[in-house]
Design a protein around this ligand. Sequence first.
Ligand SMILES: O=C[C@H](O)COP(=O)(O)O
Length: 294
Amino acid sequence: MADKYHDTVAASAVTTDDSQVAEAVAKIIAEHKAENMTPEVMRMLFGCIDLTTLKATDSQQSVAAFTERVNDFENEHGDLPNVAAICVYPNFAQVVRTVLEVSGVNVACVAGGFPSSQTFPEVKVAETALAVEGGADEIDVVINLGDFLDGDWEQVADDLDEIKHSCRERSLKVILETGALKTARNIRDASVIAMYSGADFIKTSTGKEYPGASLEAAYVMALAIKEYAEKTGRMVGLKVAGGVTTADEAVAYYTIVKEVLGEKWLSSEYFRIGASRLANNLLTEILGTETKFF
Ligand SMILES: O=C[C@H](O)COP(=O)(O)O
């Protein structure tokens, strides 16, 4: 299909060979992960967490209590960085915004028909706008996977373009749902489309129906981000999410980002881990004692 997105994707030199990707990831992890298993790296990773609650049972009260823990964290662990953001469903933007007392922690909301993107474009735009109005600093949306897999990339891009517009100046994180895309080719192609459609971050997964983040997906996305930065001069961030639970896993993702993208990407401005279970495990490693703070 000839359109500008197919031409742009065709110009990408990022590998689409799954075995090459697997080999490269295994090599990076074998050679570099051990050196990153340090308290300093884990502190930095804690500050890159999008502390997430995306449950059907979330309520005004539970989300307020969740946010209070982030306020408390500052008082009880002032020597550690706080999490980067609190990530909630869009109807809770205002609760988090109202309860949140600490500076430097953003309000992130999933929107755009999360986690399937299967709704009307008007609904996606309206949901995004309402989350922004409620106080969201960051919006996480999924690409329309059906359109993507059909090859209708213009439609995928148009959708994102409209959502980006309704984000206004807020940060847009575009979720590729790499567990559904499966191949390096699909992940590379979706990364390129998302970035050329204005994504500020590309994110692996929703943490819902499909397999979550993988090192291989993160590697391909990091390569695409690097190529895009070289071509356009714009740094897009990487967010890994979905099933990232242990300190060991978090350090493995850090290692991929460090080796592919370098130090410039190693801060919460360009690297996030979206996780509902990681924070306590990282704290346990950092503090050297079993910790259940959140
Ligand atoms: O966007 C964040 C993910 O939904 C979190 O997934 P998780 O609950 O597996 O950590």
